[in-house]
Design a binder for this molecule. Structure first.
Ligand SMILES: C[C@@](CO)(OP(=O)(O)O)[C@H](O)COP(=O)(O)OP(=O)(O)OC[C@H]1O[C@@H](n2ccc(N)nc2=O)[C@H](O)[C@@H]1O
Ligand SMILES: Nc1ncnc2c1ncn2[C@@H]1O[C@H](COP(=O)(O)OP(=O)(O)O)[C@@H](O)[C@H]1O
Length: 280
């Protein structure tokens, strides 16, 4: 049984306030890419996780038990009293700690795939409760649908018109430089730019911005370079950073323009990670 940990994109992200708990209150518009990490589950007596793929080496230093996939599996077993195990394989294709929620997407894919394997009710509220405990972005990743969110990004509101975005050509670009989330939030200028619209998602995204982009660009100048490059490509509708970076994205009206932009980008920056995909 296979699933995909769809790459998460923050089409816009407004930081509204610093919370007393060390976290910031945000509003964001989540969208998801068709592609991402691969996750497969097979029946087994025990729980196990094997990781391969282009970015597996980055996770090799961390104990497998702390991987969000294993944490999701153990939490699901505990909540539903499942005694069966599962042999889980993760094909790690998304860059790690890069603002596109790879770990959250993997945890969400594990919850979906294991719920099917163990014949658990997919719409049971306990699954979303586990997701929220695993991370702020995980409930959005379980749904993997364009949505508005506030709180820490864990309170989701469906957006009318989200279906119209499905299939929209998308290019993801990562300059390969680490951009740590904590320091990026600490670099926020403290200016509340108001709420994000909740109507049409593309209109709302274009009317908003990513408040974390400026502090991330200050920490990692390659982010500004990436946005400058993709924003200058023919046919771009929106070019911006996702989450706390360093991955940047561009939306296009036409797939041919996305593909031409991917080709030009890979020629200009052969060492960067680049994925031509589409919204779901
Ligand atoms: C920015 C977003 C947008 O979707 O995505 P990523 O860039 O991680 O993909 C998320 O809000 C990421 O949320 P979350 O997954 O909870 O962040 P963590 O990695 O746990 O946070 C690391 C650190 O960043 C700061 N932090 C994080 C989230 C938040 N709402 N306010 C904060 O101030 C805190 O100092 C925290 O200790
Ligand atoms: N399956 C996983 N994939 C990626 N990172 C994971 C995973 N499980 C745990 N992690 C941890 O989560 C951290 C954040 O990773 P990730 O979700 O890729 O980034 P981001 O939150 O920036 O979108 C990583 O540095 C890693 O230590």
């Amino acid at each position: 049984m296979a699933d995909i940990g769809h790459a998460k994109i923050n089409l816009a992200l407004h930081v509204r306030a610093r919370g007393g708990d060390g976290y910031h209150a945000i509003e964001t518009i989540f969208a998801f890419a068709r592609d991402g990490d691969g996750l497969a589950v097979a029946p087994a007596d025990d729980l196990s996780l094997a990781i391969d793929g282009p970015y597996a080496a980055l996770l090799a230093a961390e104990p497998v038990e702390t991987n969000l996939v294993m944490r999701a599996a153990r939490a699901l077993r505990g909540a539903f009293g499942v005694s069966a195990g599962a042999a889980i394989r993760l094909d790690k294709r998304l860059p790690v700690a890069s603002g596109i929620g790879g770990g959250s997407a993997d945890a969400a894919a594990a919850l979906r795939a294991l719920a099917r394997l163990w014949a658990l009710p997919a719409d049971d509220a306990r699954i979303m409760a586990i997701a929220a405990e695993l991370g702020a972005d995980v409930p959005a990743c379980v749904a993997s649908r364009t949505a508005w969110a506030d709180g820490r990004g864990d309170r989701l509101v469906a957006m009318a018109g989200a279906e119209a975005l499905a299939g929209m050509p998308l290019l993801l670009v990562n300059p390969g430089v680490a951009c740590p989330t904590g320091p990026v939030f600490r670099g926020w200028d403290g200016v509340d730019r108001g709420p994000l619209e909740r109507g049409d998602p593309l209109r709302a995204a274009l009317a908003g911005l990513n408040d974390l982009e400026a502090p991330a660009r200050a920490l990692v100048p390659e982010i500004g370079e990436a946005i400058g490059l993709i924003a200058g490509m023919p046919g771009v509708v929106l070019a911006r950073m996702s989450g706390s970076g360093a991955t940047c994205f561009a939306l296009f009206a036409e797939a041919a323009d996305r593909d031409a932009a991917a080709g030009r980008l890979m020629a200009a920056r052969p060492g960067w990670w680049c994925l031509a995909t589409a919204l779901i």
